[in-house]
Design a binder for this molecule. Structure first.
Ligand SMILES: Cc1ncc(COP(=O)(O)O)c(C=O)c1O
Length: 385
């Protein structure tokens, strides 16, 4: 039983599998030539971009850059935008794909980083503290995670982004845990840059990701990599045109074929319906695990506001040991540890227990699997007492 959908979704829609296989069988070029195979590939990339633009509420598909994952998308903005002296606000909820590039930029470029805290009870970022930090001096960028990959709590990003924008700060939203199975539009979130993976809520292949630029914001960011784009080849300078500016090198065509099929799969169902399915499962799991005595839940009990993740600690049991028992005795595959988000665990005091156990559900998680997971965690908690 697979309960690690927050890492990558599994199983995948049949249409995604067929698209990847189909491309590997008949695809032959990355869309940057003049022959029929290259034209087909270019059309496939264009369709993928258009479907993603429709999901993310972006009027021009050219603003949708295809990357290798959310990590590359986040790094592209952080490393391409920030320079010496810039003040940045990130938060304790952030993933290492935000915290590590920022720590490196602090050390090597002399940026200044402020960290926003969150309320352990509600799981929400502290809007009052954000306002104070914004008022302490000019801020170049605010990084907001749409939902924590440890607690699963979806943040009120549009309110926080509006605060940032009112003080002239740019906003980068990490939608790793929400995109696809939760409505995520550039305007709805108030983002200048929107980073997301193709392989979680969108149910596309691993090795795919997306970075969306609000129109004009691409001019503020230097590319992470330079190289061939199949356009303006006579120039030694990187093209400024979108999306080529950020897409050097042959594209990941099997991945893009799968991502396009995944985006169409999401559009057919709609993110609203996928959210409703996800919320029904998450809320049920959260309520049932909440009844198990002795279990410490890290996910706040706020129905309708949690995107597929329920994390907990079994007091007296190391998180990795707990996950090992869940797999070996009950066949449950889940994720234990710090989840690449060490500051959340530091704030919640769960570091010494080896972090937490995270169960994460997806579109294909069944009622029977949910019931079996609850019963397994119940037995685990009883044995640990
Ligand atoms: C909140 C968050 N941000 C960023 C990432 C990085 O995503 P990717 O694996 O696509 O690089 C993850 C992955 O788990 C995540 O949960």
């Amino acid at each position: 039983m697979y309960f690690d959908n927050a890492a990558t979704s599994f199983p995948r829609p049949e249409s995604v599998i067929r698209a990847v296989e189909g491309w590997l069988r008949s695809g032959c070029a990355a869309g940057r030539g003049g022959h029929a195979g290259a034209v087909d590939a270019a059309q496939l990339v264009q369709r993928c971009r258009s479907s993603l633009a429709a999901i993310l509420g972006v009027s021009s598909p050219r603003q949708v850059v295809l990357t290798s994952g959310c990590t590359e998308s986040l790094n592209t903005v952080l490393l391409g935008l920030l320079s010496a002296g810039d003040r940045v606000i990130a938060s304790e909820l952030d993933h290492n794909s935000v915290l590590r590039p920022l720590a490196w930029l602090e050390r090597t470029r002399g940026i200044h980083l402020d960290l926003l805290g969150f309320d352990a009870g509600t799981g929400l970022l502290d809007a009052v503290q954000l306002e104070q930090q914004l008022d302490a001096g000019p801020v170049r960028l605010v990084v907001l995670t749409h939902a924590s990959n440890v607690t699963g709590r979806v943040q009120r990003v549009s309110e926080l982004a509006a605060l940032a924008a009112s003080r002239g700060a740019l906003v980068l939203v990490d939608a790793a845990q929400t995109a696809g199975h939760w409505p995520c539009s550039l305007d709805g979130l108030g983002a200048d840059f929107l980073a997301l993976p193709g392989h979680k809520g969108l149910c596309g292949p691993l090795g795919t990701g997306v970075l969306v630029f609000r129109e004009g914001r691409e001019d503020l960011v230097s590319p992470l990599k330079f190289g061939g784009t199949g356009t303006e080849s006579e120039l030694l300078a990187q093209p400024e045109r979108m999306p080529e500016k950020f897409e050097s090198g042959n594209l990941n065509m099997p991945g893009i074929a799968g991502l396009g099929a995944a985006a169409d799969w999401v559009l057919e169902r709609t993110p609203e319906l996928l959210r409703a399915n996800l919320v029904a499962k998450t809320d049920w799991l959260l309520a049932e695990l909440g009844r198990i005595s002795g279990l410490r839940l890290l996910t706040p009990s706020v129905p309708g506001e949690i995107c597929g993740i329920v994390s907990f600690v079994v007091p007296g049991l190391d998180a990795h040991e707990a996950a090992m028992v869940l797999e070996q005795a009950f066949g449950i595959r889940c994720r234990a540890g710090l989840h690449c988000a060490p500051l959340v665990h530091r704030a919640l005091g769960t570091e010494s227990a080896g972090g937490a156990v995270r169960l994460s559900v997806g579109e294909f998680t069944t009622e029977s699997e949910l019931a079996q997971a609850v019963s397994a965690v119940g037995e685990l908690a009883m044995v640990a007492r």
